[in-house]
Ligand binder design. Structure first.
Ligand code: GLU
Length: 483
């Protein structure tokens, strides 16, 4: 039997990390088993329609390297793959259940239901539909239908006993049937409910393994009732625990840490994110941590999915990201970092290639790059105390001497020879002749031209990147400051 999994997102406009991980595990499981990965858009709830939301789904999956075998835009044997385009096919299935006695027409109006709900709540009871219309005679139903009375179709759920099924992650799950409601299958507007469409589609699309968030664990008995009523084969269930920030906190929209786009906007790499996400809730059985998508497919095993919530640790993601950046070649790095340089350096004529060499090993997340290189565009307003450095034997007095020593040397370098070798050779020779220690000169020089204690590269590299006029301007400013 061919393994067929599906990712069935509702188009909300955002891809939650939990959803992305669900997609990933579905993809890995299908590919591991040489099966098919299907994308189905669950948009029956039109009230939630968000412009461009399906594109967010397509782009996120494609950027992440998960190409679906069947889906809205690529087609397939069991389409359409967007539920709103399938809306007419559900009603006949619901009628089939009415015929077989598993479902029934319900004509109760919203007002009637509300009154009964209020009455139940007044007695401290949880309102469940009371099967009122189950007792209507066939002729009465026909008459009301002929009159065009609005109706819904409900499932006739058992009220006693328990429903049990086996989940691949959670094991045996049992729920008492008296909690089951006679759920609506077809709404008054003729549209299927979300739950009904989900089951009909999983069946029609020959889904063998339903892998989804654990929030569906308790609805699954309702789904199983439908499969049984139709006489359809129940798929294998694999429910996935949620992805959390820590043991007690969810990832949240407000904190900007819940969605895929939050991380991409901050300059995290998709590959690093996917690699880490795979390990949030699953492990390969050994301590390997770095995986390409093909390697993940190779080692993926559903029996290694965790039952405990997955903790998404952004520090760990940052660590992965740093490693992925390090492993890039310089050209790739340069290409990726350029827009981040541009944010603060455009128009400043900085040698990006050289800056990229200096920044490559120090980059953890691209969004931190602009702050790290901003000093090249604009000298920060620094404190004189930066000139004091014990290890380098520097203090403001030493710094004044050092800058006065450097100034004529820098001035003497012709602009067309302003490069690191020239800067290095001339400065080192001057330092040697002066009898000062290297650090006593180079530390103050670096502070004067960068205005900060930590920089990519040292004094020579920064002087080169700034160019001659700006370097001299900053050394003069330093001397002024030192008085
Ligand atoms: N459309 C559901 C959601 O976005 C998925 C349900 C399922 O996978 O069965 O949460």
């Amino acid at each position: 039997m061919e393994v067929r999994t599906r990712f069935a997102p509702s188009p909300t406009g955002f891809m939650h990390l939990g959803g992305l991980r669900t997609a990933l595990y579905n993809y890995l499981f299908a590919k591991k088993n040489h099966g098919k990965f299907i994308l189905r858009i669950e948009d029956t709830d039109q009230g939630r329609y968000v412009e461009g939301a399906t594109e967010v789904i397509y782009n996120t999956l494609r950027d992440s390297g998960m190409q679906w075998d069947e889906g809205p835009d690529v087609g397939g044997e069991y389409g359409p793959y967007i539920q709103s385009e399938r809306k007419d096919l559900y009603l006949p299935y619901a009628k089939q259940l009415v015929e077989s006695g598993h479902a029934y027409y319900c004509f109760c109006t919203e007002n009637e239901l509300q009154a009964r709900r209020a009455a139940a709540e007044a007695k401290g009871l949880v309102f469940k539909y009371d099967k009122h219309c189950l007792n209507l005679s066939k002729s009465e139903v026909e008459q009301r239908l002929a009159e065009g009375q609005p109706y819904v179709i409900r499932l006739n759920a058992p009220t006693e006993g328990t429903s049990t099924y086996t989940d691949l992650v959670y094991g045996e799950m049992s729920f008492p049937n008296d909690t089951l409601d006679d759920m609506v299958l077809i709404k008054a507007d003729g549209m299927p409910t979300y739950n009904f469409a989900n089951v009909v589609d999983d069946h029609l699309m020959h889904i063998t393994h339903v892998m989804r968030g654990a929030e569906y664990l308790s609805s699954t008995p309702k789904y199983n009732l439908l499969y049984e009523a139709f006489g359809w084969e129940i798929p294998q269930y694999i429910h996935l625990p949620s992805v959390m920030r820590d043991a007690t906190h969810k990832l949240s929209k407000r904190d900007g840490d819940a969605y895929y786009s939050d991380y991409i906007d901050k300059g995290y790499l998709t590959e690093a994110l996917i690699n880490y996400l795979a390990l949030v809730g699953w492990n390969p059985g050994d301590n390997r941590e770095f995986f390409t998508m093909d390697e993940l497919i190779d080692v993926f095993d559903v029996h290694r999915l965790n039952k405990a919530p997955g903790i998404f640790d952004v520090n760990k993601l940052t660590w992965f990201n740093t490693e992925y950046i390090r492993r890039m070649d310089l050209d790739t790095y340069l290409k990726q970092v350029t827009p981040w340089f541009d944010q603060v350096l455009s128009g400043h004529n900085v040698d990006y290639h050289r800056l990229a060499e200096l920044m490559h090993e120090r980059t953890e997340v691209f969004s931190r790059v602009p702050d790290m290189v901003r000093f090249l565009a604009e000298l920060p307003d620094y404190d004189l105390s930066l000139y004091t450095h014990k290890g380098q034997k520097s203090n403001p007095d030493v710094a004044r001497t050092a800058l006065n020593l450097c100034l004529p040397v820098l001035e003497a370098i012709p602009e067309d020879q302003w490069n690191e070798t020239e800067l290095h050779d001339r400065l080192m020779e001057t330092i040697r002749e002066s009898g000062m220690k290297n650090g006593q000169v180079l530390w103050p020089l670096r502070i004067a031209i960068s205005g900060q204690a930590s920089t990519p590269g040292g004094a020579m590299e920064i002087a080169y990147l700034l160019g001659k006029p700006e370097t001299l301007r900053r050394v003069h400013l330093g001397l002024e400051k030192l008085g």
